[in-house]
Ligand binder design. Structure first.
Ligand code: TMP
Ligand code: MG
Length: 313
């Protein structure tokens, strides 16, 4: 049915359920389908040749428009909060206020840097960001069949839009909800628009007032793509779900433990090995398998999603 599911990177806990959902999606057809996806480390790559790729925030952090002092402060925030974000031993109740704190403090630091709207395109062009292999096919197919794609991101909307624009795939069927910058009349960043979206509030609570999912209420087949446990709630606002397939990228936690931070933002080995022993990597895998229908482990491609779409469309 879908040869890509035989890849060695694919882990599935309930193969029969997965096959059933894919078959049902094919029967329902493309007029019932919509895709909901995270951006950072889901549509964008996690690593390339052993180096970490940047998130949309890190693209700004690493850029020439941030002072050395600003870079150090942003890096300190990452060192402090990122281990909390991915710590499997903390509850959501514990993590949420700390994520709000991280995003708020990071955005305040970015505001001090007088970033110009006109700089964003060059910052993206000069960055190490990469979309996952196969992104062209994914975006092109969804566009061709007029299937709505909703990108729900806790990253920086202006940056991620520029990434997909430069990749020539920002088609009209793509909608983005993310943290957007607000510039003053002279084009200087003055604030971030609300609501603030962080890793763990990607749900209906930040979508109220956007009639997006209501308009698509007949699209009851959903493919959800994510890489974090926070991405699992992204489809909660869909009024009626008949078939949902959750595909999760389990990015290489061992690579993180070896101390490869985001781009030049390296986290030390000891910080990570303290946090994630090999045993915890196993535990993490178990959690992902329970939560996601298909888990893609250390897979930098969109092959599986593309294979499923080739079968359905
Ligand atoms: P998302 O992929 O779930 O949309 O989350 C965005 C990622 O951005 C999340 O893993 C944390 C990361 N991040 C940074 O790298 N730097 C920052 O300053 C902030 C606030 C978040
Ligand atoms: Mg992500």
């Amino acid at each position: 049915m879908v040869p890509e599911l035989q890849k060695t990177t694919v882990r599935i806990q309930q193969p029969e359920r997965v096959m059933g959902v894919i078959r049902a999606m094919k029967e329902q057809g493309c007029s019932k389908l919509q895709v909901i996806s995270d951006f950072d480390m889901t549509l964008s790559r996690f690593g390339c040749n052993g180096r970490r790729c940047p998130t949309s925030h890190n693209i700004l952090d690493n850029s020439h428009v941030i002072s050395e002092d600003g870079k150090k402060k942003l890096k300190d925030l990452l060192h402090h909060y990122y281990p909390i974000e991915i710590d499997p031993n903390r509850t959501l109740e514990e993590k949420c206020p700390l994520m709000v704190e991280w995003w708020t403090r990071a955005h305040e630091l970015l505001l001090q840097q007088k970033i110009q709207k006109g700089d964003i395109a060059q910052i993206v062009r000069e960055s190490d960001v990469m979309l996952r292999d196969g992104f062209n096919e994914l975006f092109d197919q969804l566009h061709k069949y007029n299937i709505p794609m909703f990108i729900f991101s806790a990253g920086v909307g202006d940056v991620l839009e520029e990434i997909i624009r430069q990749a020539n795939v920002f088609y009209p069927n793509v909608n983005v909800v993310s943290n957007y910058m607000d510039f003053d009349d002279s084009g200087v960043l003055k604030r971030f628009k609300s609501p603030l979206i962080h890793t763990y509030n990607k749900n209906n609570s930040v979508l109220q007032g956007t009639a997006y999912f209501q308009q698509l209420s007949t699209r009851t087949s959903i493919i959800l793509l994510g890489d974090s446990m926070g991405d699992l709630t992204m489809a909660d606002g869909v009024p009626s779900v008949e078939n949902i397939l959750k595909i999760g990228f389990l990015n290489d936690k061992h690579q993180e433990m070896r101390g490869c931070g985001y781009g030049t933002f390296t986290l030390s080995c000891s910080q990570f090995s303290a946090l994630l022993s090999s045993l915890q990597v196993e535990e993490q895998r178990g959690r992902y398998l329970d939560a996601y229908d298909i888990v893609l482990e250390s897979d930098e491609t969109l092959d599986v999603v593309n294979g499923i779409l080739r079968y359905i469309l």
